[in-house]
Design a protein around this ligand. Sequence first.
Ligand SMILES: C[S@@+](CC[C@H](N)C(=O)[O-])C[C@H]1O[C@@H](n2cnc3c(N)ncnc32)[C@H](O)[C@@H]1O
Length: 245
Amino acid sequence: MPDPAPPDPLVARLRAVGCVFAEEEAAEIRRVVGQDEQRAEPIVTARAAGIPLEHALGVALFAGVEVEVGPGVFVPRTRAEILVDAAVAARPDAHVIVDLGTGSGSIAAAVKTRLPRADVYGVDLDPMALTYAIRNAARHDFHVHEGDWWDALPHELRGRVDLAVAYLPHVPTARLADIPGDYRAQEPNLSIAGGPDGLDPLREVLADLDAWLAPDGVLVTLVAEEQLGTATNVCDGKRVTLVVG
Ligand SMILES: C[S@@+](CC[C@H](N)C(=O)[O-])C[C@H]1O[C@@H](n2cnc3c(N)ncnc32)[C@H](O)[C@@H]1O
């Protein structure tokens, strides 16, 4: 029998500072910094201090696309990758695509990568998110606008949006405390808080939906399982695809 592989020291150090998914984190650290242990060390130190891995690395891998992230910006969530799949499947022919609440621009970047001929616009209200969205827009070829939901967009897009995709803040007020501490300490309330039932941002977006969508346009957005019933009622009669994630 061959000797078992020696334990990976990076995995051991991550586990020692409390990282539950130490193997996965070590693989992602090595993807970004290679085998250089000196470059890995400050990342382990940051993890020990409760900094999310993506913020410590300065990049996140989302739906196969790498985007820059950092302190104060929402960390792209793997659970939102199904939103990209659903949006692209809903309108593979879309010419004008909007990512409402783009954050770092991860969804805009992933959608643009899948539908390279479309014009993709990301909007956000948070100046910190926008600093990253602008960098990622340059890297992945989409547009970024600052402002409140649809109001951020160039006026000439009114009535021309084929596909709107939105990972909206949707955590109900009473559930904010359940968010993992690493993320909660680093991400602004604006990126997660959805009001009493978590659906206030969805109601805001729906108020102007018909004015901005093209006649055959659609909004694809993500809700939690327990929100599906209420969200279905809120969206009644609107051109919305709800994705549960
Ligand atoms: C759940 S995060 C999603 C971020 C990004 N789409 C992602 O998947 O990583 C929601 C985003 O909506 C933005 N946001 C909140 N209220 C907004 C508003 N009124 N207008 C535009 N963006 C808003 C937040 O700043 C945040 O970046």
